[in-house]
Design a protein around this ligand. Structure first.
Ligand code: PXL
Length: 276
């Protein structure tokens, strides 16, 4: 059985981060361990969430993991609450990287051209340090622009996606990057990816014009579960994009509670290896 350590916050309500990663990775037949970095009453798209930082606990949990010599096929990172917390995660990545875990970083910090509420420019600098320790980066267009210093464009087309992907591979040592939220020729949305060894690839699906919270987290979780079996970022990205799309399509109303993925989890069961 493949094993994953998911490092991100636990938002009690709102369907994102760990409450998405756990069911998705379990459905994909992975044993998912967690390192919760903060507990929030809701994600920060709701007004005034109660935030309990677990920064001081990260080192203690990691220390116990190390004494047990726990090992994981992949370690994934997502939303982190502040730069101090990010600093506490760096040694954890360093350790598991040395042990051969695949490090997948979703620099979840911004969307639609803006940082999430509560975050500032110092967060971008700190998140870049996470990205320097990753094998695979999964930013959206806004995050890719912030990490490279290139301008944010809306919409970002495939050509600009390739510019962002090349800039990321120039700036960070990752083997692959995959940028979500790229707009194709006619009413499509998808990703541009680039592998350092074999070059770029793209994928587009018909766009559904509704924006939900947590779809990036859903994408990253499916991506991680797939790549551990396929070893192919393009395959993993296609499976993730198709899954997010069907979840959006099946969500009856636009609320801050994210997409209705629960009724679609069966599509991820290990026996179904085709995408969607
Ligand atoms: O979905 C990304 C995310 C994760 N966790 C928290 C968030 C957000 C996005 O706003 O606020 C706490």
């Amino acid at each position: 059985m493949k094993t994953v350590l998911s490092i991100q916050d636990l938002s009690c309500a709102g369907r994102c981060s760990l409450t998405v990663a756990l069911p998705v990775l379990s459905s994909m037949g992975c044993r998912c361990s967690i390192l919760p970095t903060a507990v929030l009453s809701t994600h920060t798209g709701f007004p005034n969430p109660h935030v309990i930082s677990l920064t001081g606990e990260i080192e203690k949990i990691f220390d116990h993991f190390s004494r047990l010599d726990l090992r994981f096929d992949a370690v994934t990172t997502g939303y982190l609450a502040d730069p101090t917390q990010i600093k506490a995660v760096l040694p954890v990545l360093q350790h598991f990287r040395k042990q051969g875990s695949l490090i997948i970083a979703d620099p979840a910090m911004a969307d639609h051209g803006r940082l999430y509420s509560r975050l500032d420019a110092s967060h971008v600098q700190a998140m870049a340090e996470i990205c320097r320790r990753a094998d695979i980066l999964l930013p959206n267009v806004t995050e890719a622009a912030l990490l490279t210093g290139l301008p944010y464009r809306d919409p970002a087309d495939t050509a600009y996606g390739k510019v962002l992907a090349d800039a990321l591979l120039a700036e960070f040592p990752a083997d692959s990057v995959l940028i979500t939220g790229i707009h194709g020729s006619k009413g499509t949305v998808g990703f541009v990816g680039c592998r350092r060894d074999t070059g770029s690839f793209t994928y587009e699906t018909p766009e559904i014009l509704r924006q939900f919270h947590g779809t990036g987290d859903l994408f990253a979780a499916v991506f991680a579960g797939d790549i551990l079996h396929s070893g192919d970022p393009r395959h993993a990205g296609m499976r993730a994009a198709d899954f997010v799309r069907v979840c959006v399509a099946e969500t009856p109303e636009l609320t801050p509670h994210g997409v209705e993925f629960e009724s679609q989890l069966y599509r991820l069961f290990p026996a179904t290896s085709h995408h969607t």
